[in-house]
Ligand binder design. Structure first.
Ligand SMILES: Nc1ncnc2c1ncn2[C@@H]1O[C@H](COP(=O)(O)OP(=O)(O)OP(=O)(O)O)[C@@H](O)[C@H]1O
Ligand SMILES: [Mg+2]
Length: 452
């Protein structure tokens, strides 16, 4: 069933239930009050008849005439003896004689429903008869006006219910239409995205920030992110294949050279083998980096432990300055600086920054570690030529290199910084750059002390 029909059905059913409840209560209350006042009226009639009978002694011969004076136009008076026999019946219509009778010791008033569905007020009252015996005076009246009123009330309630239900039905439909229009637009757009493959958004006209508007906004936000990611992936794949094609074509041309001259010209053989080995190394490095980058997208890949970042810095600085024969200063607290994280991943990020500083500068390098509130700041500063302003915002993009020709000669593929950033982001931290051309660059890793 469609949402609109459901909404309409449920709102109507609910309204019907409410109306049935309210109308039944109104009907029963009115029935109660009206029948009470009818009974009281017949009761006072019976009272007058009883008083007359009691005060008039020796009336036995004309009792029927006396009773006739009190008989209701639409009823009957009976005098019932102690042995349940009828002493007198006075009525204008014989149909009342079928009504039940019984001697009652006390006073009693009731509303009686005949099998034919007619309503009677029946009053029983004890009176002292001529012979001194106590008998029952029964006054009965057919409440036809009361019946008519109750029937009318039923009709009025039924008609008013219908009048209320009609707008409810239409209202439910309109309401459904209003609420479902944006949902339908959403479904339509989703289907279009699925069939056409285009990243479509929904037009959000309304300014009211209701839940449906929020849903549409969330959908648009999701589509924007998906399309951004899709674009990034596309670029990434094309960049990656482009990067891999360059060493492949170099290998290809040297291999052909070898095939033609290799055996005859030893210098060609030497140069070709050298180039092939270099380019193969390069390709291996790129594919390893791509793999690292792909893996670093998953936070589950982290092996979180508590470790001393200060000692990691000491070891790394020592091994870099020894193997590259460079001056690298370290400014770190003497005590342990314990943080939570994946030690190998944090170390890898520091390696990437130091590797760049060693590769792209010739002057001294300074590594600094300090604590700042719930974070640690780990910076790698060089005194090289710096990074131009226009390149700074792209520096963390995949395959981005400032000077392609220079980077190529130093063997970079432009994947180091994006990997470092991704690894640190997995730890809820960030890597930032502060560089002034001609004055060197400072890359800073900011990490929370405790993983949240
Ligand atoms: N300390 C630095 N000084 C000057 N330029 C830098 C520095 N660090 C990075 N760069 C520039 O940023 C570019 C991107 O660096 P990144 O580490 O991402 O890639 P790469 O070093 O070229 O290659 P890879 O690290 O993948 O071997 C480098 O090519 C270089 O041009
Ligand atoms: Mg690098």
């Amino acid at each position: 069933m469609k949402l609109k029909s459901k909404l309409q059905l449920y709102s109507t059913l609910w309204m019907i239930l409410l109306l049935i409840g309210a109308n039944t209560a109104a009907y029963l209350l009115f029935h109660q009050f009206a029948s009470q006042s009818e009974i009281e009226r017949v009761q006072s009639q019976a009272e007058s008849a009883a008083e007359t009978i009691q005060t008039a002694e020796g009336m036995e011969p004309i009792i029927s005439d006396v009773l006739r004076a009190f008989v209701p136009a639409n009823g009957m008076i009976r005098v019932i003896d102690r042995d349940d026999s009828i002493l007198h019946t006075v009525t204008k219509e014989t149909r009342f004689s079928d009504l039940p009778f019984r001697y009652h010791a006390g006073e009693e008033a009731e509303l009686f429903q005949s099998e034919a569905g007619e309503t009677y007020a029946i009053i029983h009252r004890p009176v002292i008869w001529d012979n001194g015996a106590v008998v029952t005076l029964q006054v009965t009246e057919h409440l036809d006006a009361f019946e008519t009123n109750m029937d009318r009330l039923m009709l009025v309630l039924f008609a008013s219910s219908l009048i209320i239900l009609l707008p409810t039905l239409i209202g439910g439909r309109l309401l459904g239409e209003v609420f479902l229009r944006p949902i339908r637009a959403l479904v339509r757009t989703m289907n279009e995205v699925q069939t056409t493959g285009e990243w479509k958004k929904i037009d959000l006209h309304r300014k009211s920030k209701d839940e449906i508007y929020e849903m549409g906004a969330a959908f648009n936000h999701m589509i924007r992110r998906l399309s951004d990611n899709f674009e990034k992936q596309k670029h990434f794949v094309s960049d990656a294949s482009h990067e891999l094609r360059t060493p492949l074509s170099i290998i290809d041309s040297y291999a052909r050279l070898l095939k033609r001259w290799g055996a005859k010209k030893p210098d060609v053989l030497e140069e070709s083998l050298e180039a092939i080995v270099t380019e193969t190394d390069r390709m291996k490095k790129i594919s390893d980096q791509l793999l690292t980058l792909a893996r670093s997208e998953e936070a589950e890949a982290l092996e979180i432990t508590s470790f001393d970042i200060a000692s990691v810095c000491k070891q790394t600085v020592h091994s870099f300055s020894t193997s590259f024969q460079r001056t690298i200063t370290l400014d770190a607290p003497e005590k342990e600086v314990i943080i939570e994280g994946d030690e190998s991943k944090v170390k890898q990020a520091l390696y990437i920054l130091l590797d760049n500083a060693v590769k792209y500068t010739e002057q001294d390098i300074h590594v600094r570690l300090k604590e700042e509130g719930h974070h640690i700041l780990l910076s790698v500063q060089d005194e090289g030529e710096g990074i131009p302003d226009s390149d700074q915002k792209h520096i963390f993009d995949r395959f981005y290199r400032v000077d392609k020709a220079r980077s190529r000669s130093t063997g970079g593929s432009g994947l180091g910084l994006p990997i470092a950033k991704q690894l640190i982001r997995l730890h809820n931290g960030d890597v930032t750059l502060d560089s002034k051309p001609g004055q060197g660059s400072t890359f800073t890793i900011r990490l929370p002390v405790v993983q949240s």
